[in-house]
Design a protein around this ligand. Structure first.
Ligand code: BV8
Length: 229
């Protein structure tokens, strides 16, 4: 299982590349890379503060709940990896969610050698004076997010799951950002069945055996129902 921003769209969290997309107001290079944070930490914190405020009260929809129910039915046989940094899967009841690109409601020390672990943080920062410093080493604190040019989290566990799966179900992603966009090829090369759920063809559409056209809140519960039989 891999989800992208599209599964959060109907819960009111904007996607990156759609109409009113997240990137529309911002340039990726300006806000989602280590260089951007070095150059202007306040701008980056304003971007993520806006997203924290926007994601806080949002509720999961039937698609998220269908995945939580599937996890309850399949247990360890289901591996859910998300590219999303919001907490909608957890709010729907999913217990084992792998956030390969980090978590919006966590922060961490920006110093690569600091031992301070990522910590829960839902605070928003809009002024330079309010930017947080690490209690351990004094460096600036940053969002616990995988930015462009950084290595995503948990890649070994993800690869193990891809090489073991019979079905690779991908929901709501444009399929243009790697390595996530390449996961379906890894699963397919190993003989897994590959299914995509979303309203538009993803960039890696040719890698899918089946494209289930439509919004996740409607089509995903239908797909999950066929899996639970
Ligand atoms: C890395 C966290 C090295 C930040 C994100 C040239 C070619 C290929 C690759 C590269 C290249 N140049 C650079 C790269 C690498 C780069 C990359 O892929 N760039 C792209 C732009 C070309 N990748 C990286 O830098 C990655 N790191 O490569 O490290 C490495 C790797 C492996 C091993 C060793 C070393 C790190 C990338 C992570 C960046 N961080 N997110 C944040 O959230 O603020 S990326 C972000 O965009 C998402 O997390 C996601 O991964 C990505 C794509 O977003 P989507 O989720 O797909 O959302 P999008 O808006 O694009 O699409 C929405 C979809 O939903 C649409 O398809 C739409 O139809 C659908 N939808 C809409 N409504 C619904 C719906 N679906 C269902 N229901 C609905 N109702």
């Amino acid at each position: 299982m891999l989800t992208g921003a599209g599964i959060s769209a109907e819960s009111g969290i904007p996607t990156f590349r759609g109409v009113n997309g997240l990137w529309n107001g911002w340039r990726i290079e300006e806000v989602a890379s280590p260089r951007a944070f070095e150059r202007d930490p306040l701008l980056v914190w304003r971007f993520y503060s806006e997203r924290r405020a926007g994601a806080k009260g949002k509720e999961p929809h039937a698609g998220h709940h269908a995945l939580a129910d599937l996890e309850a039915a399949l247990g360890e046989r289901m591996f859910l990896c998300t590219q999303n940094v919001d907490h909608l899967h957890e709010r729907a009841g999913s217990r084992r969610v792998t956030h390969m690109h980090g978590r919006l409601f966590q922060s961490r020390c920006s110093h690569p050698a600091c031992t301070l672990a990522p910590f829960d943080d839902d605070r928003v920062y809009h002024e330079r004076e309010s930017l947080p410093n690490c209690p351990s080493c004094g460096s600036l604190v940053r969002p616990h997010i995988c930015w462009f040019g950084e290595v995503p989290f948990e890649l070994e566990r993800i690869e193990t799951a891809l090489l073991a799966c019979d079905l690779c179900l991908v929901v709501g992603t444009s399929g243009v950002v790697y390595p996530a966009a390449g996961f379906v090829e890894v699963a397919r090369a190993r003989g897994a069945r590959t299914v995509y759920v979303g309203p538009e063809e993803p960039g890696n559409a040719t890698a899918f055996d089946e494209l289930v056209h439509g919004p996740a809140s409607v089509r995903l519960p239908e797909v999950v129902a066929t899996l639970s039989r």
